[in-house]
Design a protein around this ligand. Structure first.
Ligand SMILES: [Zn+2]
Length: 278
């Protein structure tokens, strides 16, 4: 709770600075896009999610996360993603997005399709042991024009901990398996736990991915071009002000904070803990 309040306070300050800078700016103001990331949505959280999606529709223009596009000057965009393809999300959250015509990219750990998860990297109302959507459910979802799919590897591994051959296999085999299930080309990848290094970026490109997503917030300016993009984690239980600030990109400082922390830890010869919560 203290960490959440600290993050909220800093983000309020960032949003205030943004308003001042925007007011002082003369001429062109580039459009920007924030990518948000859901995990599970319990049945009881649907009313909260509906409120969030209404806010999202009022404040932003929804956009596909996995298609190159120019961002109109002065416009605010949001792209929605969901990691892990949990049934709670596909059954409770996805219909709400589809009804509103909001595009969403769902990242699937292909080795867990139709099985229960064995990881917990996102906090909130979620827990280990959530059921991942079955192949049949994914095929059904593929009929919706606003739903895209991305790989979340085969076994939801911490990729940098694997050998190069194992990491390459995770990236290659999950892409092929997902393409076989949904009958579409898969060009997007979400790094499990948001963990990657230069090796993982190279292997992902070699495997044929064009859009890679991690788990720290970022605002993308002017255009979606592919490559690496940050995301801010959202939960239906987020406070209204938290959610609005996330949509505004005010949590992007967490990316700088995480990078600084990694540098300090590496100077001290320690490895960062592979748990990512925004
Ligand atoms: Zn995950």
């Amino acid at each position: 709770m203290v960490g959440r309040l600290v993050k909220l306070s800093v983000s309020v300050a960032i949003a205030a600075v943004d308003i001042v800078i925007k007011g002082l700016r003369v001429g062109r103001v580039p459009g920007y896009c924030v990518v948000i990331n859901y995990h599970s949505v319990s049945g009881g959280s649907v009313p909260l999610l509906r409120k969030q999606l209404n806010v999202l529709s009022q404040m932003t223009r929804p956009l596909r996360a996995t298609a190159a596009s120019a961002l109109e000057d002065g416009a605010r965009y949001v792209a929605v993603t969901a990691d892990d393809a949990f049934c709670s999300f596909t059954e409770n959250g996805l219909p709400e997005l589809c009804q509103r015509g909001i595009p969403v990219t769902v990242f699937v750990p292909t080795g867990y399709v139709g099985r229960k998860s064995a990881w917990d990297d996102y906090g909130g109302e979620n827990r280990v042991g959530e059921l991942v959507a079955a192949a049949e459910d994914l095929r059904h979802m593929a009929k919706w024009e606003t739903v895209d799919f991305g790989s979340h590897c085969v076994s939801h591994p911490d990729l940098p901990q694997l050998s190069e051959a194992e990491a390459a296999r995770e990236l290659r085999e999950s892409k092929a398996a997902l393409e076989a299930i949904v009958g579409r080309k898969v060009v997007a990848l979400s790094f499990p736990y948001g963990r990657y290094g230069s090796r993982e970026l190279r292997l992902a490109a070699e495997a044929g991915y064009e859009f890679y997503f991690d788990a720290t917030p970022q605002s993308v300016s002017s255009a979606i071009r592919g490559g690496l993009m940050g995301r801010v984690s959202v939960q239906p239980t987020d406070w209204d002000i938290e959610f609005r600030l996330k949509l505004l990109g005010a949590y992007r400082w967490v990316r700088w904070g995480s990078a600084a922390k990694r540098r300090v830890l590496s100077l001290l010869g320690r490895k960062p803990v592979p748990v990512v919560r925004n």
